[in-house]
Design a binder for this molecule. Structure first.
Ligand code: COA
Length: 161
């Protein structure tokens, strides 16, 4: 369905973050990106492999709405900087454009404000330079480009209270 039409039928979203557990990890495996979006974000399968490596400093979440997992996101704490990083946020292709990504980002920021791993107030992420939709979403929540670039990815950051 075209993005414009999805926005017309968008209802008030009710989104919830739930930690990835043995109860729900297969649902994360079954999330799908739209054609062409693979270059913007790692699939949750790859992200969960990274979550194992960084297991002392990260929390992967399923994004739930309408009684099922509709997306995925991971929060990582970088002790070296220190800062919170948001990795691999995605909404299943069939559920994009309904407000779930925006709500999930609000909840990720609320989670980070609880300082679950360390005291930093800096939140950072990278976004592909061609990913205008995601960039617009992040900027609407207060993220701004830092000027740092990593290949095709630009760094965005904000400070939370
Ligand atoms: C980016 C993504 C997570 C947004 O989730 P979503 O549920 O589709 O987004 P929402 O419906 O909550 O929309 C939030 C905002 O994003 C923007 N947006 C989302 N999809 C868009 C599109 N196709 N075109 C233009 N803007 C778009 C809009 O600014 C929207 O704000 P609005 O409510 O003022 O219109 C989702 O599209 C996705 O999974 N994309 C592929 C993976 C990806 O790029 N992840 C980000 C990696 S940095």
């Amino acid at each position: 369905m075209p993005y414009e039409r999805r926005m017309l039928i968008r209802e008030k979203a009710m989104t919830e973050l739930r930690a990835i557990t043995e109860e729900n990890f297969i649902d994360a495996f079954n999330l799908h990106l739209a054609p062409g979006q693979e270059r913007f974000v790692s699939h949750p399968i790859r992200s969960l492999a990274q979550a194992y490596v960084y297991r002392e400093q990260c929390q992967p979440f399923g994004i739930f709405a309408e009684g099922r997992m509709v997306g995925y996101v991971m929060v990582v704490y970088d002790y070296d900087i220190p800062e919170y990083d948001i990795w691999h946020m995605m909404i299943d292709q069939s559920m994009q454009g309904r407000g779930y990504g925006g709500e999930a980002l609000d909840q990720v920021l609320a989670y980070i404000r609880t300082k679950p791993f360390g005291d930093s107030s800096r939140v950072a992420l990278t976004c592909h330079k061609d990913n205008a939709a995601a960039r617009k979403l992040y900027e609407s929540r207060g993220f701004a480009a830092t000027g740092a670039e990593f290949g095709d990815e630009v760094e965005l950051a904000m400070t939370v209270e």
